[in-house]
Design a binder for this molecule. Structure first.
Ligand SMILES: [Zn+2]
Length: 321
């Protein structure tokens, strides 16, 4: 679950051993329990949230219910600064599947209660088979149900289960992409933003070839502006690639201020720096922001410089935990 079994030594201090994996898991189980209660309440009022489909095939209801129940994993790992491991994802999927069966079971139990039936009269798995094959679609806003789906109902129950399990993982996906300092076990925070800007402005370039269909001059001007910033960005990247954080900040600060809104450049490369709140681990993403010939905004990733693993020297020994 992403928790090293050995304490991590930093300088003369040691980060205490913790097992945040379990806490994060409990956060996910907590939001799931809340969602189960909510879905039950909706069911009681006649709205089957899990059975909502778009275009008759996409289980949007199940996905949304899954997303809601998966929020706890994402919030828990962000707040507790835990990087979710690959194996944790399997736990999430397995839990998602178990939760889906739990939801079905609660529905089953409430139906037994409603009809004062005993479990001997209708077993849980008989109930699942029965609901799958007798499933039918009704149009939104219409009260008449369509014909029973028969065996095709299994497919839709499967889609519902799959949609729910995948939805559970969606909130955590955003966290996988976030840079993380493994040594301090902290997510990086935004530090500074700087950029290199083309001499040609957006207004100048868009004035070119106004009357022509093919716009050769505008195409050439945009390409030149993009090449100009890409080349300067490559120089900046070469400079900061191996440099410690202080030099990275100085180099980016030296690039100067952004042009005014009126003089929007035709192309620019933006450097966004994120840094570990505790040590000098950092992460720089360089992005190209420019325009297409038709004037639409265009962006592209130029480079990512990740210095969060074994790059910076150990921080000062005066860490208070
Ligand atoms: Zn750190």
């Amino acid at each position: 679950m992403g928790t090293p079994s050995q304490p991590v030594a930093i300088g003369s201090t040691t980060l205490p051993e913790r097992s945040p994996g379990l806490l994060v898991y409990l956060c996910g189980v907590g939001t799931t329990a809340l969602v189960v209660v909510l879905v039950q309440a909706l069911n009681a009022s006649g709205f089957n949230a899990m059975g909502l489909y778009a275009n008759g095939i996409l289980p949007v209801g199940a996905i949304l219910v899954g997303v809601l129940s998966g929020l706890g994993y994402a919030i828990g790992s962000r707040v507790l600064n835990v990087k979710l491991s690959k194996s944790f994802v399997w736990w999430m999927i397995a839990t998602g599947v178990a939760d889906w069966f739990a939801l079905q079971y609660f529905e089953y139990a409430s139906i037994l209660e409603q009809y004062h039936a005993s479990p001997a009269a209708l077993g849980f798995f008989d109930y699942l088979t029965e609901t799958a094959t007798s499933m039918s679609f009704s149009r939104a806003g219409s009260s008449s149900a369509g014909a029973a789906l028969g065996k095709a109902g299994y497919l839709f129950k499967g889609l519902e289960l799959g949609g729910f399990a995948i939805g559970t993982m969606v909130p955590s996906w955003t966290l996988f992409a976030m840079p993380y300092c493994r040594r301090c076990r902290l997510y990086l925070k935004a530090d500074s933003v700087a950029g290199v800007y083309s001499a040609a402005t957006h207004a100048e370039v868009m004035k070119l070839d106004r009357m022509s269909m093919k716009k050769p001059a505008r195409t050439a001007a945009l390409a030149a502006a993009q090449a100009e910033v890409q080349q300067r960005a490559a120089q900046v990247l070469a400079q900061i690639e191996r440099a410690p954080l202080a030099e990275v900040r100085a180099a980016l600060h030296g690039l100067g201020a952004a042009p005014s809104r009126k003089d929007k450049p035709a192309a620019q490369v933006t450097f966004a720096v994120k840094k570990c709140p505790r040590c000098d681990s950092h992460h720089v993403v360089a992005t190209l922001n420019t325009y297409a010939v038709n004037g639409k905004i265009a962006t592209g990733k130029v480079a990512t410089v990740d210095k969060t693993e074994g790059f910076s020297e150990p921080p000062a020994a005066s860490i208070s935990v």
